[in-house]
Ligand binder design. Sequence first.
Ligand code: TXA
Ligand code: MG
Length: 315
Amino acid sequence: MNNILEAVEILRKGGLVAIPTETVYGLGADASNNEALKKIFAAKNRPMDHPLIVHIGDVSQLKEWAQDISPQVLELAKCFWPGPLTLILKKASQVSDLVTGGQNTVGLRMPNHPVALELLRTFKGGIAAPSANKFGRISPTSAEAVREELGTAVDMILDGGACDVGVESTILDMSGNQPVILRPGMITKKQIEDIVKIPVLEKQKISPRVSGSFESHYAPQTKTLLLDKPAIEKYLAEEVKPVAVLALSQFSVKDNVILCRMPEDAKTYAHDLYQKLRELDKKALYAIIIEEVPSTEEWAGISDRLIKASGRGYK
Ligand code: TXA
Ligand code: MG
């Protein structure tokens, strides 16, 4: 039996399958099976009231999960799916509270990865999948990283190689009067505004709950600091313990410092970030120092994750 058929069988029996997507790996379960959904929360140590994204393989499935689907929503789906955009919509009546966290909305996304799409299209139903990491930790961007995070808690890991995008999808709430970005990502506000033709708000502090808005999220175990260049220079001048620096600019460093020059373009930076943090987190360093990234829109998703990784985040 090929991997996809095996994965479908596991999902139909209520098991968990780790799925490669273009953003990060997801921990997938049949979104219409409550017993399977409960296993997701147990495997991740995730609080039960945190809603899950339902992944679908075709736009025509939208109406199975959501209602009041506006022309704008269809336009967004047409432009960005498959791709790293999650749409929050008014839920269809039968969607489980385990998926929605008891809210009247549901998050939906069609991922742009050939393995995920083949799985979804063979399975035919929706697959609920949070990122395949323990709650609060860095999302995995490779099959190996999923193994490290979840080990035997998952019945199967589909290996789809390293994730292209590397940070989680942009979450856009389309359930109210005005579109609101709940979690920035590599699809920017401007790209969305170009499609919906009305202003898009950015609001990370509001309900409905987004688990990514907890203070220390997407975080390495190692103490992580987010500093500007002068602050890093000052820090390095005084620090003698082993530390790493994720740098965009040039630094001259002493022997106690691992200097990682990061890519200067946002797309490649995002692709490399979690893998790099995971690698450094294993080195028993005293601290990981990250140089602040530009405050332009294309860096918004990255900046958001760095703020959270450094525990400097908002509640
Ligand atoms: O790129 C991604 O979005 C990845 C891949 C696997 O698709 N998934 C992901 O899932 O990042 P997760 O669960 O780690 O983050 C999804 C976020 C959570 O913070 C959750 O609270 C929010 O989406 N969310 C899901 N449904 C929601 C809803 N109905 N209202 C508000 N937020 C919702
Ligand atoms: Mg997550």
